[in-house]
Ligand binder design. Structure first.
Ligand SMILES: Cc1cc2nc3c(=O)[nH]c(=O)nc-3n(C[C@H](O)[C@H](O)[C@H](O)COP(=O)(O)O)c2cc1C
Length: 412
């Protein structure tokens, strides 16, 4: 069958394009209640975000330390989304090895997340440039010279921000697109909810935006588009997939936790972070300053043994962050807590003695799909939702027509 194509403009810069697809391969995205022409043709959803990143769908799998590994990133790329490798917790050697592994598994474009203040960040930057990866993500902006290097190499810069002022600064520094993370989101997070932050930022910048924090499905994708974003970025939803390397025992805790028990606290590393409120987090919250300090020093030595970076190198990177005004002194002291205690849960599979960073959306997630079926179902549900909303619009119009004769004061 030849390719068919039709286009429905949903919002500026966003369109649904229906083309022919292999019905067997995409059987899972074809709802039996869809109109005949859609079932035969369909289904590509694209936006200026997906066009910029070079992926099929405007769905980003964000970086998550020890979780967004080569396998998860490759699975996301194969499914038509765009994955970021969690380079911020990797050595430069591991980043290079993971890039090669992803490329063995897929031709799809992908990105690398890095943290400018880790001791060997510059080597990771060099690798990203030498390997010509498609995009980099970061939450603390690198210096302007580094951003300039990425841009000169044609690498897309897409930082994550949690406040309007950070969005404006990031764009001024050269960001090509932004991930706008509302307070519902997992890991370090801001104070403004996604439903407020996304329209606020979209009214102030012109670069493509991915909304993050609280997304899991196609209805969320449509909601994000209606708020002014060009797609969605998700962490927790990808953590809870078959390909995610998180051990089953820990995944089970995520699946069983209610949204109100996924809270924001600065008790782990001195910065507001959204996590599952388990006994370990509760004990951090109630600990005295002395206990916190002793634990932080112990974790700093464990981290130094693990990464091969000397305690002195770790201290120096913390100090640079403090000097740059990016974090408080207490957060600098506690910064080794997060990697050690998160690994306990997400790598070693001991959720009771570790910390589980999580978006609040984990409270609404009940399954562990493959990445392919997750991305496909997001796309099909987004299309079905738009169709349903179109019908609501027609219904409203007919209601309006049938009630046009009624008096304005509402009396019958
Ligand atoms: C377990 C976990 C680990 C994370 N690690 C990182 C990280 O290493 N670097 C980063 O920039 N963001 C990290 N994040 C934040 C995510 O990339 C993403 O912005 C966030 O999860 C989006 O919100 P959602 O969980 O509601 O989808 C992490 C989030 C989680 C849940």
């Amino acid at each position: 069958m030849g390719a068919q194509s039709a286009s429905v403009i949903v919002s500026s810069g966003y369109s649904l394009i229906f083309t022919h697809v292999d019905p067997e391969k995409h059987a899972h995205v074809m709802s039996p209640c869809w109109p005949e022409y859609e079932r035969e043709s369909l289904s590509v959803v694209e936006s200026r975000l997906s066009r910029l990143l070079g992926c099929q769908y405007p769905v980003i799998q964000t970086a998550m330390g020890w979780i967004a590994d080569a396998n998860l990133v490759a699975a996301t790329g194969r499914a038509g989304g765009f994955g970021f490798l969690a380079g911020a917790v990797m050595s430069p050697e591991d980043v290079a090895r993971s890039i090669a592994e992803i490329r063995c598994q897929t031709d799809a474009p992908f990105g690398v997340n890095f943290h400018m203040y880790t001791p060997r960040a510059k080597q990771i930057v060099d690798i990203c440039i030498a390997e010509q990866i498609r995009a980099v993500s970061y939450s603390r902006s690198p210096d302007p010279a580094t951003i300039e290097r990425f841009k000169a190499a044609g690498i897309i810069c897409i930082p994550t921000v949690g406040a309007l002022k950070h969005a404006l600064k990031a764009v001024q520094l050269g960001a090509d697109a932004l991930v706008i993370q509302g307070s519902e989101g997992g890991g370090h997070t801001g104070q403004v909810a996604t439903s407020i932050l996304v329209p606020q930022v979209s009214a102030s910048v012109t670069v493509p935006l991915a909304a993050a924090g609280g997304f899991r499905d196609g209805r969320g994708l449509v909601a994000a588009l209606s708020l002014g974003a060009d797609g969605i970025a998700m962490g927790t939803r990808f953590l809870l997939t078959q390909e995610s390397p998180v051990p089953e025992a820990t995944k089970r805790i995520y699946l069983e936790t209610a949204p109100e028990r996924i809270i924001v606290s600065a008790a782990l590393d001195g910065m507001p972070q959204r996590m599952v409120l388990n006994n370990q987090l509760q004990s951090l919250i109630s600990a005295s300053s002395l206990v916190v300090l002793v634990r932080a020093v112990k974790n700093a030595f464990s981290l130094s043994r693990q990464t091969g970076d000397s305690p002195w190198a770790l201290l120096k990177s913390g100090w640079r962050m403090y000097r740059a005004g990016d974090q408080s002194l207490s957060a600098t002291m506690m910064s080794a807590n997060a990697p050690m205690m998160i690994q306990e849960a997400v790598v070693h599979g001991r959720p009771d003695s570790g910390i589980l960073p999580s978006g609040q959306i984990a409270g609404l997630i009940e399954d562990l799909p493959t990445v392919n079926s997750l991305v496909s179902s997001i796309v099909s549900e987004a299309l079905a939702t738009i169709e349903k909303l179109g019908k609501v619009g027609v219904l409203d119009a007919s209601v309006a027509a049938s009630t046009a004769h009624l008096p304005e004061d509402g009396s019958q």
